[in-house]
Write a protein that binds this ligand. Structure first.
Ligand code: ADP
Ligand code: ADP
Ligand code: ZN
Length: 212
């Protein structure tokens, strides 16, 4: 099953994608994670992408499309995947339509006022786990439950950058809702609830679409 998960920054895409990955045994493909790993390696792609990410702007299509094209062609994608943070603009959605057809698009809808709290309290681990200082704290303060490494804050999880990311979401990403709604594969989930309740609603939507 091919699923795309989208919603504003901080909506809980990464958190929820991790549950679906576990349940359906399909990989989670996060463009944000892929780009951050290129930045860390200081590859040519990473060097070009960094400035856009620091400013909270979208990385240009020509960089993202080729990165995603090769990721989706990998062997582990044969029986489906969950896209987290892709597509993020109408042009990316159209490019993806040329390549594959999605079975389900889930929007996690969260009120703007909660997003700043969710993002400023987010803490990450290098193993991929995500925590929140108040809403999903680790068992031992500052250390990952899964691997024990020290947690860190993403460079772009600062209030100035968040405002620009929210604006980009409204202006460039939201038009996709209409695109997928016309295709009849869009499901909107109320994200203003606890992590477990959202997870149940998402699994129900996946089940209805024939995925579990
Ligand atoms: P969040 O989950 O908080 O929305 P992401 O980790 O998905 O953040 O993305 C971080 C940054 O990576 C974005 O602000 C943007 O600069 C870049 N990025 C991620 N996905 C895409 C994409 N599909 N197209 C262009 N840029 C992207
Ligand atoms: P996204 O990938 O959409 O940017 P994340 O999954 O990284 O969002 O979640 C953003 C932050 O909010 C993380 O710190 C996460 O632990 C926390 N979080 C996720 N879902 C919820 C929720 N339903 N209620 C409160 N906090 C949440
Ligand atoms: Zn960890």
């Amino acid at each position: 099953m091919k699923i795309a998960l989208f919603g504003p920054p901080g909506a809980g895409k990464g958190t929820q994608a991790a549950f679906i990955t576990e349940r359906l045994s399909i990989p989670q493909i996060s463009t944000g994670d892929l780009l951050r790993s290129e930045v860390k390696k200081a590859s040519i792609l990473g060097q070009e992408a960094k400035g856009y990410m620091d400013r909270g702007e979208l990385v240009p299509d020509e960089l993202v499309l080729s990165m995603m094209g090769s990721r989706l062609a990998s062997e582990d994608c044969a029986s489906g995947y969950i896209l987290d943070g892709y597509p993020r603009s109408l042009s990316q959605a159209k490019a993806l339509d040329e390549l594959i057809s999605l079975d389900l698009v889930i929007v996690i809808d969260v009120e703007g006022s909660s997003l700043i709290d969710r993002i400023t309290g987010r803490r990450m681990c290098r193993c991929g786990a995500t925590y929140h200082l108040r809403f999903a704290p680790p068992n031992v303060n500052g250390l990952c439950d899964r691997c024990g490494q020290e947690l860190y804050q993403r460079d772009d999880d600062k209030e100035e950058t968040i405002r620009s990311r929210l604006k980009v979401y409204r202006e460039q990403t939201m038009p996709i809702i209409d695109h997928y709604s016309k295709k009849g594969i869009l499901r909107t989930i109320d994200g203003n609830r606890g992590i477990d309740r959202i997870k149940d609603s998402i699994l129900e939507a996946v089940m209805k679409a024939g995925g579990v």
